[in-house]
Design a protein around this ligand. Structure first.
Ligand code: ADE
Ligand code: ZN
Length: 322
């Protein structure tokens, strides 16, 4: 069964993490940067575990050195998304990688990405919005600078603020200033939690940062009282099952908690996270979920409805997608 042609919405996609390896390898040759160690003999990205994955991710990102590189990257990524039936995506963008948190440079990178997104929308019928996302293990001070970039550019394209990177580094309160700054600028709030730390970190993140969405959040399943609380609050989980399985969090699709979370009334959505790193696509995620949980068109329609309601886009964009 292939659900490839069904329209899909994706809320959790790291732009650099979605870079096709051939694209990054080509750019590394143009830039004369030797990152050959991040590819295996078949040309795929290779890493040992999540923490090594973060290093490989940063090495791949090191060859993206100009707004034009990000223009090309955005087009390449959106082509892949559209081929999987994605009609709306939100992507994480980090001022850390796009201009080193310098506001003038950030604006240039953003303009290039937005221009590519407009081209993809016209040619492929896919709409893109951006979530500014500092990297947690770069620390709270850099997150503040990223938040300033986010606040200065909040609008129709930059619609959200989040945090990614090594979940074991720092506590949610360390990022309070950055999140308050983003919230005051009108940005939607999400945060990665409950991927590499357990339920207590999800609770602490909800308490300190009050996000409407959680990136991953799947380890809530280890505390059913928290699962009930998430369902009651209507917190939306950006679940990335293929990512969790590739990174060894769960052994296989049938063991993944998304089925239980859905059955217990939690608002779940499905995304790919960093698709080529995890050998996945949105079409594959849907196909595997169909196989593992016998999810039918009704469940997939619910996932899409949840994603549309939780999307950080403006009302006009939401209306156009409905
Ligand atoms: N950055 C890219 N992918 C990530 C993930 N799965 N968790 C945290 N940070 C990330
Ligand atoms: Zn992520």
């Amino acid at each position: 069964m292939s659900l490839k042609s069904h329209p899909k919405l994706e809320l959790h996609l790291h732009l650099e993490g979605a870079a096709p390896p051939a694209f990054i390898r080509g750019l590394s040759q143009e830039r004369k940067v030797d990152i050959s160690g991040i590819f295996d003999e078949r040309g795929h990205y290779t890493y040992r575990d999540f923490w090594h994955f973060l290093k490989v991710y940063e090495a791949a990102t090191s060859v993206l050195q100009s707004p034009m590189d990000y223009h090309r990257l955005t087009l390449a990524v959106l082509e892949e998304c559209a081929a999987s039936g994605v009609i709306y995506a939100e992507t994480f963008l980090s001022p850390d990688f796009c201009g080193g948190r310098d506001l003038v440079a950030w604006r240039d990178y953003l303009a290039a990405i937005e221009d590519a997104a407009a081209q993809a929308e016209a040619e492929l019928g896919i709409t893109l919005r951006a979530i500014v996302t500092p990297i947690r293990h770069f620390g709270p001070d850099k997150a503040k600078e990223a938040a300033r970039c986010a606040a200065e550019t909040a609008g129709r394209f930059v619609t959200g603020f989040g945090i990614a990177g090594d979940e074991k580094v720092c506590e949610p309160e360390d990022f309070l200033w950055a999140f308050d700054c983003a919230r005051e600028a009108g940005l939607g709030i999400t945060a990665h939690a409950g991927e590499w730390r357990g339920p207590e970190h999800i609770r602490a993140t909800l308490k300190a940062l009050n996000p409407t969405r959680i990136g991953h959040g799947v380890r809530a399943i280890e505390d059913l009282a928290l699962v009930d609380e998430l369902a009651e609050r209507g917190t939306v989980l950006e679940v990335c099952p293929g990512s969790n399985i590739a990174l060894g969090l769960y052994p296989d699709w049938r063991s993944h908690p998304i089925g239980q979370l859905y059955d217990r009334g939690v608002k779940v959505t499905v995304s790919t996270d960093d698709p080529p790193f995890f050998h996945t696509t949105m079409a594959r995620e849907w196909d595997r979920l169909h196989d593992a949980f016998e999810w039918d068109d009704g469940v997939f329609a619910t996932l899409n409805r949840t994603a549309l309601e939780a999307a950080f886009c403006d009302a006009d964009t939401r209306q156009a997608l409905a």
